[in-house]
Write a protein that binds this ligand. Sequence first.
Ligand code: HEM
Length: 416
Amino acid sequence: ALLLTRATVWTHARLGDAGARVLSLHPDEDPYPDYERIRALGPVVTSRLGLRLTAAHRLCVEVLRDHTRFGTMPVSDLYPTDLGLRHDGAHAFVHPIEDSFLALNPPEHGRLRRLVAPLFGPRALRGHLPMIESVVAGHLDRVAESPRFDLIGEFAARVPIGVIAALLGVPESEREDFLRWGGVVAAALDGVRSPAQLRRMRAVLTQLAEFCAELVAHRGRHPGDDVVSLLVAATPDRPALARKDLFATVQLLLLAGFETTVNLIGNAVRLLLADERARRDFVSDPDSAEDLAEEVLRYQPPIHYTIRVTREPVELGGVPLPAATPLVVLLAAANRDPEVFAEPNRFQPDRANAREHLAFSSGAHYCLGAGLARLEGALALRALFQRLPGLRAAGPVRNRPSRNVRGPLVMPVAPR
Ligand code: HEM
């Protein structure tokens, strides 16, 4: 998910106010009418500043699966030139995720991904089921008796952090730091807009890097059955490069689930609280949690777009694109493409083909945590509505300050 740090910074710089005509700039605005406008304009649309976008499901899939013609964004494009950030030494600053496999192209990408992939496969997930259930139950216990609580800060954000921290063997005492760091990193997902924000971001990433170094050293000395111990064991006395890869991988895993699964849970609860019928159906059939989560991922995905760059001159949807052209792949728009989904603007949890959504991307970078996120999301939603079937909104929702990572940031609710 954090490829978007790089991608969104860049997009922000290039879209400017001209792009505002096609992509709504305010996070509180509904972006879907803009996506429809883009779709109506053609398969590949060029904004006035030359930014290419596609809303077509078919083309998004084509781009995401073709790693010969389309690659990830190069690191050097990380920062915009129009915010004065380069004068702050921004060019010397590289997000740790930039070294991770999320930013690599095949075949280098596969070498690192293969190392961790089994840890997130179906068999491993089955083994984690009791842990995830207990993380969910623990947080529910804490909120169920209060007359009012923030569904995001006190539940939806805590579950994914608790789970990934447990998987990686992060001690309980350090988890509060994670919530704070997550907030700073997340605010930057939509672009770094000021030198002050950049400084905050640097400070957090330095702490995170130090924390990772300690965690890796600790697990080297005291191996457990956690992911970090397995990674350390898989890279014994390799030279500096392997160490760099190891760090980048651990940081990617720590950060990737932060601002994504929280929005799956948050968006789902918001939809259910606003749709009495959908809520009644779900409360009377809690085992439909997986289908519900799937339709939420289609209808309101946590991540709205990703970016690829042409690696050679290509033709896409009949439109010629020179080499090195960035292309915004509008995952959220593809999820409402009427060529794939009947009545795409209707939220319909029993939809048969919701799984064709692109919320987890496609191709080599298909979300490694998809299975985990689905499981966490479904378990959290089922437990929440079984325990608190009368859950209701209890105040205004505040949205995340991002055009790409979409979901509620604060959502006051009352248990009954
Ligand atoms: C990649 C979305 C949860 C780990 C991605 C990508 C998307 C995404 C769209 C691909 C970006 C691209 O193609 O440019 C989501 C959503 C989530 C979620 C919507 C929750 C609902 C998680 C979780 C983890 C995770 C819980 C846990 C570790 C990763 C990793 C990658 C990735 C490691 C990089 C895969 C690669 O480059 O091969 N995610 N993610 N994600 N995600 Fe997730």
